[in-house]
Design a protein around this ligand. Structure first.
Ligand SMILES: *Cc1c(COP(=O)(O)O)cnc(C)c1O
Length: 467
């Protein structure tokens, strides 16, 4: 298995070139989540960063900044790796579904769909996006710990599968009086801990998501009495940005034991959904397993548990979000102001920040960056890359190793495909950036940059305030 050989000693990293994918990226089995940049990223003979055959400083000239740049081949390769690993390593039927909350937009959903990937959605908006992208409802699964009746009704009407998270969902489903039985999976809290930020842990018992294991029997009692609910499977998701393999190795047994119980109760269970959570590389310190390794652990644990509990292999579903899209995108900013606090810190500010990437301020997430217009410039300074928003915490990268930067340099922050655009806001009434899709030298807008008009569109001025 090819793995990148990124030097973990930051002091030995001397220019942006060191973050480029190494020779291992050319291997067929290179796992995109282990690289800081899309696998085809390279430096041009003009010393500029090239992604998807497009010159990044030129893209910024043409499309403005901040700019999300999404590499189509990298995204497709990631989808293919998930799909191929799952179908090659698992003996039964399987489906990969994209946890679209990581970045829900029509183009990304359409690309994932064209690679045979289904869709996990958690709101009416994400559901509409998946449908607009042409994803068939048989491949759409609705999640959420507080689905509105309208969202449930829409998903039921379209024929999606509902992942029931709690009693509220079950009662609301019954209340909808659906004409034919609704396909429902039950989300259970497996009581599995993993080492990740507490805001993105979901498998522990004290979680807002899923039925508590002590309620399982009662839930089974209830659903067996409802003609309009057809429980077709069991689901659990234990958290996000996980580097350990053990939690998913443990999950198979827990899930299959519940699957077996459901089967013994006469429920028509046929699908098992192990959630997502595989981590990606954001810095040289991160060492996530490859997609193949992760799928291997998942399939082995489910297969062993099926043998143990004597059940036929169910249809196996996994739902990656971050690791499906995260490593395929970078964000390009332009450098603006600079500030030196003598003896303490140097700041440079970029033309975006927490509005286009809320992860640093939300989870203290770390990122790495490169200077797209001077890739081989020596890293001789330690500077804090600040955003433009009115919060001291709006720091994109604290203590970044960079060359001396000038106004209008193009600073590119790496691995921003997941939970950036989808969590973007208009804080300080800053328009959200454009996103472009690059492939083989071609660049297409997939998200139009917001305009002042967009920002003001929802504003209403009551007549008595109109002067
Ligand atoms: C967020 C989420 C995922 C995806 O998690 P990633 O860490 O982005 O892979 C999968 N399933 C459920 C239910 C989720 O809430």
């Amino acid at each position: 298995m090819a793995t990148p050989t990124l030097d973990k000693d930051v002091s030995r990293q001397t220019s942006s070139l060191q973050y480029l994918p190494d020779a291992s990226a050319r291997a067929d089995d290179a796992s995109p989540n282990q690289f800081l940049m899309p696998l085809n990223a390279k430096v041009s003979d003009r010393d500029t960063l090239e992604i998807g055959g497009c010159d990044v400083p030129e893209l910024v000239k043409k499309f403005g900044s901040p700019l999300y740049i999404l590499d189509e081949q990298n995204l497709r390769k990631t989808c293919q790796q998930y799909r191929n690993a799952l179908s090659n390593l698992y003996g039964g039927e399987s489906l990969v579904i994209y946890a679209s909350k990581a970045w829900s937009c029509t183009a990304i959903c359409a690309i994932a769909h064209s690679e045979g990937i289904g869709m996990d959605v958690v709101s009416g908006g994400e559901l509409h996006t998946a449908l607009q992208a042409g994803v068939p409802s048989e491949k759409i699964y609705l999640h959420g710990n507080n689905k509105s009746v309208e969202e449930l009704a829409l998903a039921v009407e379209k024929g999606c599968t509902i992942i029931a998270d709690n009693w509220f969902d079950l009662h609301n489903l019954v209340g909808l009086k659906p004409a034919s039985p609704v396909r429902v999976m039950l989300r259970l809290t497996p009581g599995i801990e993993c080492h990740t930020h507490e805001y993105i842990r979901t498998g522990h018992i004290d979680s807002k998501f899923g039925f508590d294991p002590t309620q399982v029997e009662e839930v089974f009692d209830f659903v067996t009495q409802q003609d309009c609910i057809s429980v077709i499977g069991i689901h659990a998701h234990i958290g996000s940005q996980i580097f350990e393999l053990q939690p998913h190795g443990d999950l198979g047994d827990v899930l299959v034991s519940w699957f077996k119980k459901a089967q013994d109760r006469g429920l028509p269970v046929a699908e098992l959904n192990v959630g997502g959570g595989l981590g990606i590389r954001y810095t040289e310190q991160d060492d996530p397993p490859s997609i193949h390794e992760w799928i291997e652990v998942v399939t082995r644990s489910v297969t062993a548990a099926c043998e143990k509990y004597q059940v036929a292999l169910p249809k196996l579903i996994c739902e990656p979000g971050r690791s499906l899209v995260g490593s395929s995108c970078v964000t390009a900013y332009k450098v603006g102001s600079k500030k030196t606090v003598p003896g303490i810190r140097n700041y440079i500010s970029v033309d975006g920040g927490m509005s286009d990437n809320p992860r640093p301020i939300t989870y203290q997430s770390l990122y790495r960056s490169v200077v797209a217009n001077r890739m081989s410039a020596t890293f001789s300074e330690t500077v804090t890359v600040a955003g433009k928003h009115c919060e001291s915490g709006d720091v994109v990268i604290p203590d970044a190793k960079l060359p001396p930067l000038e106004t209008d340099d193009v600073l590119v922050v790496l691995a921003t495909g997941a939970y950036n655009a989808s969590m973007a806001s208009n804080y300080n009434r800053v328009p959200r950036p454009a996103a472009i899709l690059v492939n083989d030298g071609e660049a297409n807008v997939i998200l139009r940059r917001e305009t002042t008009e967009d920002l003001l569109r929802g504003d209403c001025l009551p007549t008595r305030l109109q002067g």
